[in-house]
Design a protein around this ligand. Structure first.
Ligand SMILES: [Zn+2]
Length: 201
């Protein structure tokens, strides 16, 4: 992963009046909770563009970065010269923090048969390594941001692993780890485990 290749673009359209620029506070990790790209070729950029833009009718993909089996895709610009998000950089994965978060999602998380679908952490080694090297590079640009999991803000097991524990394993400094778990990850995960899963994302 070369973050030097990160897409940097000057904004072309003005921010809506309600939008206030804020420092990047969170680097939030997600799973697509979809079939895995290692098993299905059609789980690619086009699949997610169709899903977000046509099925959900969103204006853009919900995540800034998506981690496939052998590459990372970036959706939309990211201005790395400054410690804040501008309007064009905002993605929509978690409404509580979208205006101050960079969202990253790994592709996969779903296993089983149509009769019994389960959500599980089936990341490949590449996906783990790529995710954490991306987080480390982003922290160089956003030195005060904290890495966190979606489950720390919403009652869902996303991204299907314990972000706080893994951040420590990968050597993320304590000051850059969001150490709060108000909804209790283990409880959420236990609740969701083995539960029938019908929706993507
Ligand atoms: Zn999520």
């Amino acid at each position: 992963m070369k973050l030097a290749d990160v897409f940097i673009e000057v904004p072309q359209t003005p921010a809506p009046a309600w939008f206030k620029e804020k420092p990047v506070q969170f680097i939030m990790l997600h799973t697509t909770a979809s079939w895995h790209c290692k098993d299905y070729k059609h789980i690619n950029e086009k699949f997610f563009l169709d899903y977000f833009l046509k099925t959900l009718r969103w204006q853009k993909v919900g995540y800034k970065f998506m981690i496939f089996c052998d590459h990372i895709s970036q959706f939309g610009p990211l201005l790395l010269e400054q410690d804040r998000l501008i309007w064009q950089e905002v993605t929509y994965a978690e409404p509580k923090v979208n205006d101050r978060a960079v969202h990253i999602s790994w592709i996969g998380g779903l296993e089983g048969t149509p009769q019994k679908l389960i959500e599980t952490d089936n990341r490949t080694e590449y996906q783990k390594e790529a995710m954490w090297s991306l987080v480390k590079r982003l922290l160089e640009y956003y030195p005060n941001a904290k890495v966190c999991g979606h489950y720390q803000f919403s009652n869902k097991p996303c991204p299907l692993f314990n972000v706080v524990e893994e951040a420590r394993q990968y050597g993320i400094p304590e000051k850059n780890i969001l150490d709060k778990d108000p909804l209790n990850y283990h409880y959420i995960f236990a609740q969701m485990k083995n539960k029938r899963k019908d929706n993507l994302v």
